[in-house]
Design a protein around this ligand. Structure first.
Ligand code: BES
Ligand code: MN
Ligand code: ZN
Length: 522
């Protein structure tokens, strides 16, 4: 989808050549019943007659009025312009429009538009209008291609926000596409091919390892998960070098289980189809790289994806089997359905070679996280307070929110094993925390965070589909780093070069750091 920004008054926005216009109307803007401009007058009349209210998500549809170049204008109230209110206004506006085959849509934001608000409006519109088509024989494709955004005032920040929104939407939609594809259309090999395509430009590199190379690295935990699968495993290594080679990279590790049957610890049949989404972490890493390829920020990023199916088979790993991870730690696999942590632990060990500034893994890791946080916030686990606060803040700014969970060592008690250094499962209690405690054993040499997206990566039920989360959170975090270069370089020495690169893209959406909250501590 293509976004274009213009500074326009409301009456000029109405004369733009678009198929329909959405006017985002905050509660603070009171319409004047005597205004010459027709939309303002009609809104005032509708309010006076009790047919419209200035509350979040309320919409008013207006047709073919004099002074309106477009046939259809939808006024949607964004109340106090909070992220959730802008989102429901855009959803409601799209709901009022979607029957018509709109190709070009105008979006006019009344009042004091902010970078964050514009980004939220555009990403919500993209989200509401997204349709999956790949495996349908007669798909109803989305007609909306072009969005003309306008505000009554202009600033470099607003313009940048629109550029960022376009890259964000491209990244989110790539993640949605791959997560939504059924497992027979999204194999480890397919993911690797996609990674190669995304990382084909200048400043990018992509290397794909197969079973032989992974065996040579000693990734015994990853291989144990893959040994029951007919589809060959892939270990995908993507690199984006937007800054000096001396600048330590952020490493993103995405769980890439292209289908999770549970293995020999087989899952029950109901909703098992949803385990095609078990590569949602991998899809979000691909999505972030897609956005990086459009924005080219001054930062270095590595993407690692351990990709395989988890299948029951004569050759599959069995409960009680002990394997040796790349780190040298032995693992007793008591439950073959706790496979995510097994593929991730070897990828985390592999991440050490990049001497990273931070490592963030993203995984549909535990059903327990769905019970804890539902579909609203992603579970955040981190041994590093600075990193945790940065990610929380990126979540609040982007509207792609997370919530910090504990990592007390007492939670690791249940992972003790008589037959190996560690077991891959503990009891039922605090399942998302014990999973994180397992991963933490492989992260001793860097700042680490783990995002459990089991509840947020996709929606179930009638509107089943990938959400593209947490591409928004991750991109926001990376752009905030590119705006504030790290004080340290890879060798740990303070750095003084690269000062000119401080004033880059991220600035527009980096909000006041003093507002950073620590949920749970407030
Ligand atoms: N991919 C699942 C986690 C999952 C389940 C995400 C349901 C979203 C919805 C993961 O591999 C898994 O099976 N985890 C087990 C761990 C258990 C065996 C300790 C779980 O959560 O049940
Ligand atoms: Mn599983
Ligand atoms: Zn899984």
């Amino acid at each position: 989808m293509n976004f274009e920004f213009q500074k326009l008054s409301l009456s000029h926005a109405m004369t733009a050549s678009v198929d329909a216009l959405v006017v985002l109307w905050p509660s603070l803007v009171q319409p004047d019943a005597k205004a010459v401009e027709p939309v303002t007058r009609l809104v005032a009349q509708a309010i006076a007659h009790g047919d419209f209210e200035l509350k979040a998500g309320a919409v008013l549809s207006l047709y073919s009025q004099p002074g309106m170049a477009t046939r259809h204008v939808v006024v949607a109230c964004s109340a106090d312009n909070l992220p959730g209110q802008i989102r429901s206004a855009m959803q409601a506006a799209w709901g009022a429009l979607k029957a018509s085959k709109i190709k070009r849509l105008g979006v006019h934001v009344l009042g004091e538009a902010t970078a964050q608000g514009l980004q939220m409006a555009l990403s919500s519109l993209a989200d509401a209008s997204y349709t999956y088509t790949t495996t349908l024989s007669k798909p109803k494709a989305r007609t909306l291609k072009h969005v003309q955004v306008s505000t009554t005032h202009d600033s470099a920040e607003l313009r940048l926000a629109v550029v960022h929104a376009q890259a964000l939407v491209a990244g989110v939609e790539l993640a949605k596409e791959w997560a939504n594809r059924p497992a027979n259309h999204a194999t480890p090999t397919h993911l690797a091919e996609t990674a190669k395509t995304i990382a084909s430009g200048r400043a990018f590199k992509c290397e794909v390892l197969g079973p032989k190379e992974v065996a040579k690295l000693g990734m015994g935990a990853f291989m144990a998960v893959a040994q029951g699968a007919a589809e060959p495993l892939r270990f995908i290594v993507m690199r984006y070098n937007g800054a000096a080679a001396s600048q330590a990279p952020v490493v993103l590790v995405g769980k890439g289980i292209t289908f999770d049957t549970g293995g020999i610890s087989l899952k029950p049949a109901p909703e098992m189809d949803e385990m095609k989404y078990d590569m949602g972490g991998a899809a979000s890493v691909l999505g972030v790289f897609k956005a990086l390829s459009e924005l080219k920020p001054h930062i270095n990023v590595v993407g690692l994806i351990p990709a395989t199916e988890n299948m029951p088979d004569g050759l599959a790993v069995k409960p009680g089997d002990v394997v040796t991870s790349m780190s040298g730690q032995t693992i007793e696999i008591l439950n073959t359905d706790a496979e995510g942590r097994l593929v991730l632990c070897d990828a985390l060990t592999y991440a050490e070679r990049f001497k990273p500034r931070a490592v963030i893994d993203i995984a549909t890791l535990t059903g327990a996280c769905v019970i804890a946080l539902g579909a609203v916030r992603t579970g955040l686990f981190s041994s590093d307070d600075t990193l945790a606060i940065q990610l929380q803040q990126a979540g609040e700014t982007s509207g792609d929110t997370c919530w910090r969970m504990p990592l007390d060592d007492d939670y690791a008690e249940g992972l003790k094993s008589r037959f190996a250094d560690v077991a891959n499962v503990a009891g039922r209690a605090a399942g998302s925390v014990t999973a994180a405690k397992f991963l933490q054993r492989f992260t001793k040499s860097f700042a680490w965070a783990h995002l459990d997206i089991a509840g947020t990566a996709w929606r179930s039920g009638a509107a089943k589909g990938s959400t593209g989360r947490p591409v928004g959170l991750l991109l926001q975090y990376l752009l905030s780093l590119s705006a504030a270069p790290s004080a340290m370089q890879a060798d740990g020495k303070p750095k003084d070069e690269d000062k000119s690169k401080a004033k880059t893209s991220g600035k527009a959406i980096v909000k006041d750091k003093s507002k950073a909250r620590t949920p749970g501590k407030s």
